[in-house]
Design a protein around this ligand. Structure first.
Ligand SMILES: [Zn+2]
Length: 189
């Protein structure tokens, strides 16, 4: 019996083009699919003649793509996570550090009563130089010119008390460097 004679069934009903595997009738009616069947491109049918239930696998191009995406997403995420577990935590750490630097800049700006220009400069990531840094650079024979340039371009955090200057002098630090450190300390205020 051809499928076209089923005029009594609803217009939404669809029939399989292939006959029933049990009785051979071309009366396999497609049933509504469950979500799992939709995901895996499975189509349930029921034979109107012998009530045989069949599930057919009918893959379409879009079905293949959807299946691949479903498999690839968790697998891809797992690979990325295993390859670099620090990746997900690092971003959080970076933002936390940035927040700390901002807070420090704000605290200095309010406490020190700096000019608008200095407040603007403080937001730039300048390196801070202190006595220990100068001493280290001097002991590694970096050269007075380089140290002077670093003093000019860095945020000063020098201890220019008498005892500290004596300490630098005893270490053999050039007088021009000590003078630049004192100068930087006072122009920053
Ligand atoms: Zn049948």
């Amino acid at each position: 019996m051809p499928a076209s004679t089923h005029t009594t069934s609803s217009s939404a009903a669809t029939y399989s083009t292939k006959p029933c595997t049990k009785c051979g009738a071309k009366e396999l009616q497609r049933k509504p699919r469950k979500l799992s069947q939709k995901l895996f491109a499975l189509y349930p049918y029921v034979c109107l003649r012998c009530s045989n239930r069949e599930i057919r696998f009918r893959i379409k191009a879009w079905g293949v793509v959807r299946l691949l995406i479903l498999v690839a997403l968790p697998v891809g995420a797992a690979i990325v996570y295993k390859a670099s577990p620090g990746l997900f935590h690092k971003a959080a750490d970076d933002s936390a550090q940035g927040g700390g630097a901002d807070a420090l800049a704000r605290a200095r700006a309010t406490a020190g009563g700096l000019t608008a220009f200095e407040q603007m400069m403080i937001t730039k990531p300048r390196k801070t130089m202190d006595n220990a840094t100068v001493l280290k650079l001097w002991q590694h024979k970096v050269g007075a010119d380089v140290i002077l340039q670093l003093i000019r371009t860095s945020t000063p955090d020098y201890d220019v008390s008498a005892s500290s200057i004596i300490e630098l002098k005893d270490a053999g630090v050039d007088q021009s460097i000590i003078l630049a450190m004192i100068d930087a300390s006072y122009t920053a205020r």
